[in-house]
Ligand binder design. Structure first.
Ligand code: GLU
Length: 291
């Protein structure tokens, strides 16, 4: 038999706090998708912004993933160690006219309906003694793409108005750039992530193309919400996972993904539960609830 493509998936948390139930659900979905396709699965820590990341969070996340039996097929990649790659991607984009300096404040942009009062896209006018961000220059597009779970997607991309920051004024590289550069570097073929990131996808597609790379397939799963309908996150005080009850947590995560695990798994092991999850994984069963 000829294998047409090797699936390479990943879980890419930002270490703004310990792993909570919502992120376990995303991690598990990406893991089971990869493993049920006989693919490889990786972990990438998206530690781009030290000001928002308590130093202990990365260790806590990795420990939780381990406790829940989610072991990656290669050493963990840390974005904090990838600055050179982001830097050269920006040079590349600047060289082809797809990145530009922008010293506009958020206020100025708002007042101008997203248009840049300093005409930043015409590079020459932005003086470099002002603090500046670097933005990716989008092209106007009615973008159509196919989500592996949600089906056909349509997003309107507006040049200038939506141009994402790729290097922040504070000197930190931004998510929109780093996620694409690293998914390319790691040869990721399939991205499974929360549907809170759905709207980012059309812009990311343009960044892939601008870097001359083939975009992955995307599958967005509904985000887990609390009783008030808010996404579970550190900002909403989502509790950290209890690492003493991994079987119970994984069972609850499979249930949240509507995989209908049998109760007997609850008295089994982490490995047994993941094995069942792998052989019974049914992406089509994942609820298509609103995000
Ligand atoms: N680091 C992002 C987050 O934690 C996820 C990135 C992605 O999966 O594309 O929200």
């Amino acid at each position: 038999m000829i294998t047409l493509r090797t699936y390479r998936g990943r879980f890419a948390p930002s270490p703004t706090g310990p792993l909570h139930f919502g992120s376990l659900v995303t991690a598990l979905a990406s893991y089971l998708e990869a493993k049920s396709c006989e693919g490889q699965w990786f972990i990438r820590i998206e530690d781009l912004d030290p000001l928002r990341e308590p130093p202990e969070a990365t260790g806590e996340i990795l420990h939780s993933l381990e406790t829940h039996g989610l072991f990656p097929d290669a050493p963990v990649l840390f974005q904090s160690r990838r600055h050179e790659a982001y830097h050269s991607a920006i040079e590349n984009l600047s060289g082809t006219g797809r990145a530009y300096r922008c010293s506009c404040s958020r206020k100025q942009l708002q007042a101008n309906h997203g248009r840049h009062p300093l005409h930043c896209r015409d590079a020459s006018t932005t003086s470099s003694d002002q603090p500046f961000a670097i933005r990716f220059a989008l092209t106007d597009e009615e973008c159509h793409w196919q989500d592996q779970l949600l089906g056909p997607q349509h997003q309107t991309v507006r040049a200038e108005i939506d141009d994402p920051v790729i290097l922040r004024k504070e000197g930190f590289f931004a998510y929109q750039l780093a996620v694409v550069v690293d998914d390319i570097e790691q040869g990721i073929t399939d991205v499974v992530r929360g549907s809170d990131l759905l709207d980012m996808t059309a812009q990311q597609l343009q960044i892939y193309r601008a870097l001359g790379a083939t975009p992955p397939h995307w599958l967005h799963i509904p985000v887990i919400v609390n009783d008030q309908g808010q996404k579970l996150s550190k900002q909403n005080h989502a509790p950290a996972l209890d690492n003493h009850t991994p079987v119970k947590n994984l069972f609850a995560a499979l249930t949240a993904l509507n995989q209908q695990p049998p109760q007997t798994l609850l008295s089994g092991s982490v490995a047994g539960l993941l094995e069942w999850g792998c052989s019974h994984w049914n992406r089509g069963a994942v609820h298509l609830t609103s995000r």
